[in-house]
Design a protein around this ligand. Sequence first.
Ligand code: NAD
Length: 256
Amino acid sequence: MLKGKTALVTGSTSGIGLGIAKALARQGANIVLNGFGDADGPQAQVRELGVKAAYHGADMSKPAQIEDMMKYAAAQFGRVDILVNNAGIQHVARVEDFPTEKWDAIIAINLSSAFHASRLALPAMRAANWGRIVNIASVHGLVASAEKSAYVTAKHGLVGLTKVIALENATTGVTCNAICPGWVLTPLVQQQVDARAKANACSNEEAKKQLLAEKEPSLQFTTPEELGELAVFFCSAAANNTRGVAWNMDGGWVAQ
Ligand code: NAD
């Protein structure tokens, strides 16, 4: 379905981003990966699916490096047809205790990076009259939780940015939508499981159960593979007129 297209997925060396990159690769898209840590393993996993893979290690908190990554992607494959703004970090603390450098980093990586990558991707998408921007927001783009001020602010902002980009391109073949996952067991959430296990002096399994029971009625984690299939839908022809939605895949979290 996506043969000949190029997808750039930010923060795709792990977790949800890698899951989405692989789902798009299974549909035939060539992939530009980004993120920290090992890049060879993720590139090999994508190439095993029969498509081309490239990697750029831009720090998504740095606009100049994002510009460099977008130029690199265009030089590798001609154009970015699909942009998945996924890179994100978390920090948990009450507002009065929130380290200001963590606030700045979360706003830069979880929100401003999507603005920068999108503004740089849109001209070529519009020229081709086809493009897909998929923003990985969160249930925290729709509702709040205590001790996540920067994350909730960034994700609500990302849902807002999604709607604006959708509207500005509404008469074109370029769409922009957001995915709002509930709990997904990735390194980002494992840190929160570990912190809870320590604070409550309980096992890792017990901490996972507590985390789910608090917010997610299904008592199940959403998987990167399931989120990847939703991204594939947003990239399909069936989603040609799906514009500006913030679609939660969250085991019922936001339905409560
Ligand atoms: P993860 O920690 O497994 O992956 C994050 C990725 O972002 C990694 O590849 C990491 O290297 C990359 N990254 C971090 N900082 C970066 C930077 N400055 N520049 C470039 N890359 C950077 O986390 P995840 O759970 O897969 O999260 C992916 C996205 O999904 C995030 O935006 C997160 O907010 C969102 N999300 C996660 C959950 C969840 O439960 N895990 C729920 C809702 C939304």
